[in-house]
Write a protein that binds this ligand. Structure first.
Ligand code: SN0
Length: 323
């Protein structure tokens, strides 16, 4: 695996999930693999889980890690070619990425969408700028359209829990990705990636995406899923409920309405088949998820966040091996 920016970079997803499970069981099995190798983590947006879990995963592999909050600490970067740089952006991505490539063996980048122009965001200008000009393997720490590190941790979490279920081996688990309310307009990254990973036949699960009208994801992500507009119907018999807010793709970047009755409550969870509740975090309590659910036994969000470490470790290992 040369880069990790989407599921398309992964040769075989089940093998990668197994590698993440192995890294969880024995975190120091490859503690010398990253010796004398440097991981640079570059953030244009806030991060808690991604930053800490990727740093810890790299350290488990013996790597050195440099973390930079580029939006606060670096020079503002110009990404357009051929511009006269007499404005407020002192450095071009061509030099910045090439220089970072001199210092780092693997480069992680977090860059959310601006949610103003669909064409600009879905062109992945920032991620691709680093990819094009650094000459080094690129690790997405959530880009404009995807969050694949999260999806691998999600896949590991579902596998761990489903293996303990009495129906394991008898049927596919029913997984429901549900839109949930939020006071702001958020990226489509997490649901895009979740749909792209879990809707693939090799995932071996039955995926439904449920959302209010106008919040449909792009077909390229949702084509492997059943699509529903009725949350109560969709939740029937669910083994896993993945709640997340996202802004509209078709009315690009907009929060169309708040729809507070889409919040996940105990009453909603009671429709499921003793379903487990997942969320990538951070979550807005009592807007997306009610306290009673988040603090109750159905919630697996902390296990899910814990799994970010072995997920990142399995990916960094593959990137190190491919060098
Ligand atoms: C990000 C998102 O993509 O939805 C990161 C999730 C891993 N979430 C937010 O930006 C939440 C911000 C807020 O105001 O709650």
């Amino acid at each position: 695996m040369k880069h990790f920016t989407s599921v398309a970079d992964v040769p075989d997803v089940p093998t990668l999930i197994a590698a993440a499970a192995a890294a969880k069981a024995n975190p120091y099995q490859d503690e010398n693999l990253g010796r004398h190798k440097t991981l640079g983590l570059f953030f244009f947006n806030a991060s808690l889980r991604t930053r800490l879990s990727t740093q810890k995963a790299a350290e488990n592999l013996g790597m050195k890690v440099m973390v930079v909050n580029l939006n606060q600490e670096g020079w503002a970067l110009e990404f357009q070619d051929g511009v006269v740089m007499d404005g407020n952006k002192p450095e071009h991505i061509r030099e910045a990425a090439a220089v970072i490539g001199q210092y780092c063996d693997i480069i992680g980048v977090r860059s959310f969408p601006e949610l103003k122009s669909r064409e600009a965001d879905y062109a992945e200008t920032v991620l691709n700028g680093f990819r094009q000009w650094s000459g080094k393997p690129i690790l997405s720490l959530e880009s404009a359209t995807r969050h694949p590190l999260q999806s691998l941790a999600d896949a590991l979490t579902i596998e761990e829990l489903w293996k303990q279920h009495p129906d394991y081996g008898k049927r596919q688990p029913k997984v429901v990705l549900t839109w949930a309310p939020h006071p702001r307009a958020l990226p489509q990254c997490v649901p895009n990636s979740f749909a792209e990973w879990m809707g693939h036949p090799s995932a071996g699960l039955d995926l439904t995406i449920v959302q209010p009208e106008g919040y449909e994801l792009a077909d390229e992500f949702s084509s492997g899923a059943k699509v529903s507009y009725d949350q109560d119907v969709a939740l029937e018999g669910a083994d896993f409920v993945y709640a997340k807010n996202w802004s509209s793709y078709h009315q690009y970047g907009q929060a169309l309405k708040l729809d507070r009755d889409w919040m996940i409550t105990t009453a909603k969870m009671s429709i499921t088949n003793s379903g487990k509740l997942m969320h990538c975090l951070p979550t807005r309590r009592n807007v997306e998820l009610a306290d009673e659910v988040l603090d109750g036994s159905a919630s697996v969000v902390i296990q899910q966040a814990g799994n970010r470490v072995p997920a990142a470790q399995a990916i960094l290992k593959q990137l190190l091996l491919a060098r």
